[in-house]
Design a protein around this ligand. Structure first.
Ligand code: NAP
Ligand code: HSE
Length: 433
């Protein structure tokens, strides 16, 4: 293509960390092809960072700035790519960029899970694009399918593995016998973990992604605090071993479904059968299942975190925005929140449970445990007590229940808490089938 005839669309990067660095390199790598793919040359004109003096190999220093106004007031910058993370100042910068008529791409799930509706409405009102493919499941295209490809469906369920760090940790613990801390440190070194990995291991990052997907799937505002969230930090090697013996693997699952009384959105570790397709999703890979009334079951699989997988999703959004700019068609597919469905409390949702407990090793104990469960409407599917786990008058009991309303199961646990024959509830993990 003759360069002088091809229009130039310029962007600014806000942030040059794992994702920003990947986006910059990918735009450079694609420089010759982008004009063919989009009809325009695409260039990064400015890069906002906190510390301009940090060494950044391969980055022309004149592109770096620590002054947001320099970017905001530059009419040549048509696209703002926010990859800094956090709520502020990212929220203010995005709002100001949209008000200035700039198109916005962001990977910021923390922000979208809190202010997605406000930002979407602002973008719609300004006739601008707000794109965030990278905010959920890294490199996997899942936002675009929910917004566009599957929009002709009534979406019934969105579920899957949406955090690369925890999937990496659980895979290493289960396959290599690595301990939790060692696996977490390796995930952080590989660039999968958030700046504060608590968000990963306590399920908050996955909760934010589920809030974003549930909002799109059910056309309802779902914020992070609506999502019941439990992380993997209490999962022990022993639980993983028991799961294996029962024919399950332990995964951190996100589940969002529309049910009669409202929508359920939750994130928690779960035992899934080792024959389930999600059981084979290892390392930092993510997978999302979407069930629609017309399409049936669909599955999306790929790298859920890291420099280039995430940059791939960001650049896909940038390319769409360039096409929209050239076609004067920005602001037409930002989503809507017209259904306004209630979110059910977790106690009202149904689930199966894996329960590992230490009990007194004497006659009648098992009968006592079973009668508490039975009196609370909890039916037992499997129960195991191992000979080698009986020490000094204490036996380890493992029970898997049938599906039950969560609050009935919790009532039974409360009663166990007041029984002297129950020495300790060692773990409670949900079972997904
Ligand atoms: P990161 O490595 O910590 O990089 C953050 C970058 O933003 C740094 O370059 C930092 O500047 C800059 N920055 C932070 N606060 C700033 C401020 N107030 N003003 C100017 N610059 C600021 O983060 P990351 O892993 O790339 O993640 C970025 C975003 O992508 C987050 O929203 C994250 O949730 C999301 N995301 C990450 C991944 C992943 O695999 N890492 C995947 C999907 C989505 P300095 O370099 O000067 O410190
Ligand atoms: N920390 C996130 C993860 C990055 O591990 O999945 C991708 O959103």
């Amino acid at each position: 293509m003759e360069e002088q005839r091809v229009p130039l669309v310029q962007a600014a990067l806000l942030g040059l960390g794992t994702v920003g660095g990947g986006v910059y390199k990918l735009i450079e790598r694609q420089a010759e092809e982008l004009p063919h793919k989009t009809g325009a040359r695409v260039a990064v004109r400015k890069i906002l960072v906190r510390d301009r003096n940090k060494e950044r190999p391969g980055i022309p220093p004149e592109k770096l700035t620590d002054d947001w106004q320099e970017i905001l007031s530059d009419p040549e910058i048509r696209i703002v790519i926010e990859v800094m993370g956090g709520i502020e100042p990212a929220r203010t910068y995005i709002e100001q960029a949209l008000r200035a008529g700039k198109q916005v791409v962001t990977a910021n799930k923390d922000l979208l899970a809190e202010y997605g509706e406000e930002l979407t409405n602002l973008a719609n009102g300004q006739g601008c694009d707000l794109m965030f493919e990278a905010a959920v499941a890294g490199g996997i295209p899942i936002i675009r399918p929910l917004k566009n490809s599957l929009v002709g469906n009534h979406i019934e369920e969105v579920m899957g593995i949406v955090n690369g760090t925890t999937n990496f940790i659980l895979s290493r613990m289960s396959q290599d016998g690595m301990d939790y801390q060692e696996a977490l440190e390796l995930a952080a070194k590989l660039g999968y973990a958030e700046a504060d990995p608590t968000a990963d291991v306590e399920g908050l990052d996955a909760g934010r992604k589920m809030a974003i997907m549930a909002s799109l799937a059910f056309h309802t505002r779902v914020v992070a605090s609506d999502v019941y969230t439990e992380g993997i930090s209490k999962i022990s090697a022993k639980d993983i071993r028991y799961a294996k013996e029962f024919g399950y693997v332990v995964k951190l699952l996100g589940i969002a479904r529309e049910t009669e009384g409202g929508i359920e959105v939750k994130v928690h570790p779960a035992l899934i059968p080792d024959s389930h397709p999600l059981a084979a999703v290892g390392d930092s890979f993510n997978a999302v299942f979407v069930r629609g009334d017309a399409v049936g079951d669909t599955m999306f699989y790929g790298r859920g975190a890291g420099e280039f997988p995430t940059a791939s999703a960001v650049l896909g959004d940038v390319v769409d925005e360039v096409r929209h700019i050239l076609g004067h068609s920005t602001g037409r597919c930002n989503g809507s929140f017209y259904k306004n469905l209630p979110v059910k409390p977790v106690g009202e949702t149904d689930c199966r449970f894996f329960l590992r407990m230490q009990v007194e090793d004497k006659p009648g104990v098992l009968a006592g445990i079973c009668s508490v469960l039975g009196n609370n409407g909890v039916s037992i599917a499997q129960v195991v007590q191992k000979k080698k786990q009986r020490t000094a008058g204490v036996a380890e009991l493992v029970i898997i229940t049938d599906s039950v309303k969560e609050r009935y199961f919790r009532d039974a646990l409360t009663i166990f808490g007041g029984m002297s024959l129950v020495r300790k509830i060692s773990s409670v993990i949900r079972v997904y089938e």
